[in-house]
Design a protein around this ligand. Structure first.
Ligand code: COA
Length: 213
């Protein structure tokens, strides 16, 4: 099996280790190691820590070619993707075996789908997105590159989410809601109106909280 590096040794990195292990015999990857800007001193869930991104050229020389990005901050994750792509690495799409994906849905490169996600008919998810545990992304959704749909968020049909937007844990939207690029929807919010690019909204119904950073 080809080796897979995980960039990010925090909580999301541990979630991805668990995702890969849950794939069991269906897993196409051998977890080669973790990298982090602040590498832990000890292995994480038994996975060796191989240093920072600076180790990547040497790891490439050893034959490693594949990385999954375990970085929760959306813009930071996309920036890392660009750096690593320039070194030649590629980015598998990972799906937890408990996720339910419509056959007509599509997932971009490097996107990760955590336990018990439901992805509906014709939904299209861009590259490097995170569909976090238990979120529901219903039919005909458009999820932009690097967006994060947090645990338990519910998106009914025809919702559009811009690049790098964050839909917080347990948030929800009306059918056909439009959420702009880099927007932040707070945990527990109910989105009833269009959310402008870069806006931060929260509450039920969701109202402006300020500007996302
Ligand atoms: C919305 C959010 C991003 C704001 O975080 P922040 O920028 O650190 O802002 P603060 O905590 O300083 O809060 C700013 C204001 O928003 C309010 N606020 C924060 N979170 C809120 C929420 N979920 N719902 C309603 N209002 C909220 C605060 O009460 C505060 O109001 P005030 O100015 O009247 O005191 C954050 O609270 C949140 O909900 N993040 C989602 C996290 C998530 O689900 N991540 C997924 C990880 S897997």
């Amino acid at each position: 099996m080809p080796g897979l590096l995980i960039l990010g040794a925090g909580g999301h990195g541990r979630s991805l280790i668990e995702l890969l292990r849950a794939q069991g015999a269906g897993c196409h990857w051998d977890i080669a190691g973790l990298l982090d800007a602040n590498p832990p001193a000890a292995p994480v869930l038994g996975v060796p820590v191989m240093g920072t991104e600076a180790a990547l050229p040497a790891l490439w020389q050893q034959g490693l070619r594949h990385v999954v990005l375990a970085i929760g901050h959306n813009a930071t994750r996309l920036a890392a993707a660009a750096r690593l792509r320039a070194l030649g690495f590629d980015f598998p799409t990972l799906v937890h075996p408990s996720a339910i994906l419509a056959a007509s849905a599509s997932l971009g490169e490097g996107t990760v789908v955590l336990p018990r996600v439901v992805l509906g008919a014709g939904a299209r998810v861009g590259a490097f997105a995170i569909l976090n545990s238990g979120c529901v992304v219903e039919h005909d959704a458009e999820i932009g590159e690097g967006a994060h749909i947090a645990p338990g968020a519910v998106l009914p049909g025809h919702v559009s989410v811009g690049a790098r937007a964050l839909l917080g844990a347990g948030s929800c939207c009306v059918v056909g809601a439009r959420i702009g690029a880099d927007a932040v929807v707070a945990a527990g919010a109910a989105v009833t109106q269009e959310v402008a690019a870069g806006a931060m909204v929260g509450g039920v119904p969701a109202r402006a909280l300020g500007k996302s950073g």
